[in-house]
Design a protein around this ligand. Structure first.
Ligand SMILES: *Cc1c(COP(=O)(O)O)cnc(C)c1O
Length: 467
């Protein structure tokens, strides 16, 4: 499998290079050159497969040539076998033909574990064979950092440095990062805000000369193709469990960077009958404004009770635009240039937007509505939604086109991670799942550093493994 850049002006890469690369040299994102296709009969023949067997069918075509088939199965079994639920991604029914797909049974209780657990294994496998070591550097306001740390704690060829704003991350989220032990794990609490942490990460990627030896930085943010790839599996799994592919499905996806929902779009391209994909956003609604009014305009970030969806721009949307613009890299480079200039309001060509609207609907849900849905669903079923999932359920109910086909909302996190929202909805905090029940007593390890680039870089250089 070869990968190409959405902006058409960077070298084609194999999977292992894409895994280690992040952004393409032309500023674009890597996508598969050809999308693997499965017939309905073939998908139907997977009906009785377990999650881990199915994962191999879906993922292998993307890594073929770089990862041995048996080694891949070993990694998949390892990762998903350790999840807290035997079914890995179980369905919870809310109403007739209405479901939540629970994606929070991984170690950090959010769907990002599906991708980052496997990404850690894949990185170590590829690096071992290439005799390379890398440094992961990232900034987090919550979910991504803990999932990345959990995913790479056992990696022998990876040092990981995660920056979070000191005192500005919830206790559960901070402890999910700082209580993980491993010599290769480094939590840096920055005396500043998230944007300052993020800026330091960006600056470090731009000039990596502070690193020792041959080391280079690897990004594990949601533009990494390997993350999207792992997320395609649960669309197939949920559909097969509800009578797919012989009947179509609809999905509602709590959306920030457009990674999770793009995986659903990929599943459809690969042959899974998906009739509708709903982009559910919080008040950071850049995508909803684009989809509903054909106006692309970046607004300042708003902090909400759904912090994992607080984004000003949605980076993976570029991957969808690439297809809408018939995979014309030059056209996309021009469009992205205008969209990123942030000076003007940009519109898409009407026919391109119309094509997107055949499959996608969108809705922005505000914080009062989010809390109200948590209360409503609890009253109807006794089931407590996390606030991100609640946004998905709200949008599912409002935007649904056909009540005769199953509507599946992706349950992106466990409510125990989001105390503010749970309290605001008037509920007691749920108890932590078994594997985390001593989280609040575990020893924490973190280094507090000033928001100063040179200090942070010096810390990283002196704490990477010696070769
Ligand atoms: C990351 C995250 C999202 C948003 O997913 P994207 O792939 O960025 O669209 C939604 N909910 C939760 C709980 C998350 O952690």
């Amino acid at each position: 499998m070869k990968y190409i850049s959405t902006r058409g002006n960077a070298p084609e890469l194999a999977f292992d290079d894409v895994l280690l690369t992040g952004l393409a040299a032309d500023g674009g994102l890597y996508v598969p050159k050809e999308v693997p296709q499965f017939s309905l009969a073939e998908i139907e023949s997977w009906r009785d497969l377990s999650y881990t067997e199915l994962a191999h069918k879906v993922i292998y075509p993307f890594v073929e040539g770089c990862v041995d088939a048996e080694a891949l199965q070993g990694m998949i079994d390892d990762v998903y076998g350790a999840f807290g639920h035997k079914a890995v991604a179980p369905l919870q029914q809310l109403d007739h033909n209405e479901y939540v797909l629970e994606l929070f049974h991984g170690p950090t209780l959010a769907f990002k574990d599906f991708a980052l657990q496997l990404l850690g294994r894949l990185l170590d496998y590829v690096l071992e064979r290439r005799h390379e070591k890398v440094v992961i550097m990232g900034a987090t306001s919550g979910d991504t950092g803990s999932a990345a740390i959990e995913g790479t704690k056992a990696c022998r060829n990876v040092d990981i440095f995660i920056l979070h704003p000191y005192g500005k991350v919830s206790d559960v989220q901070r402890r999910q990062m700082t209580t993980v032990s491993g010599d290769n794990i480094h939590n840096i609490a920055i005396e500043g805000n998230f944007d300052q942490a993020q800026d330091m990460v960006k600056a470090s990627f731009g000039d990596q000369s502070f690193l020792r030896g041959e080391r280079k930085l690897v990004a594990v943010n949601s533009i990494n193709w390997a993350r999207i790839m792992s997320q395609i599996v649960y669309y197939f799994y949920s559909a097969l469990n509800l009578g797919g592919p012989l009947r179509p499905m609809a999905y509602s996806v709590p959306t920030g960077n457009f990674g999770d929902i793009f995986a659903g779009y990929m599943a459809r391209k690969m042959g899974l009958p998906i009739e509708q994909l709903i982009i559910a956003t919080n008040e950071n609604d850049v995508l909803h404004r684009l989809m509903s009014q054909n106006l692309y305009e970046v607004h300042p970030l708003k902090h909400t009770i759904t912090p994992s969806m607080d984004i000003a721009v949605s980076s993976n949307f570029e991957r969808l635009l690439f297809d809408l613009y018939d995979r014309d890299g030059a056209a996309l480079a021009d469009l992205m240039g205008r969209m990123n200039a942030k000076t003007d309001v940009v519109s898409l060509d009407e026919d391109k937007l119309a094509k997107a609207r055949e499959l996608f609907d969108s809705m922005a849900v505000n914080q009062d509505e989010t809390v109200a849905v948590m209360q409503q669903v609890f009253a109807e079923t006794g089931y407590l939604l996390d606030p991100h999932t609640a946004i998905g359920v709200k949008a599912a109910r409002e935007c649904r086109r056909n009540t005769r086909i199953p509507m599946i909302t992706l349950g992106t996190a466990h409510p125990v991670k989001f105390e503010d929202a749970v309290k605001r909805a008037g509920f007691e905090m749920p108890t932590l799942p078994h594997h985390l029940n001593d989280l609040m007593e575990r020893e924490e390890r973190l280094s507090v550093l000033p928001a100063d680039l040179k200090t942070v870089q010096a810390f990283i250089a002196s704490h990477t493994f010696k070769d």
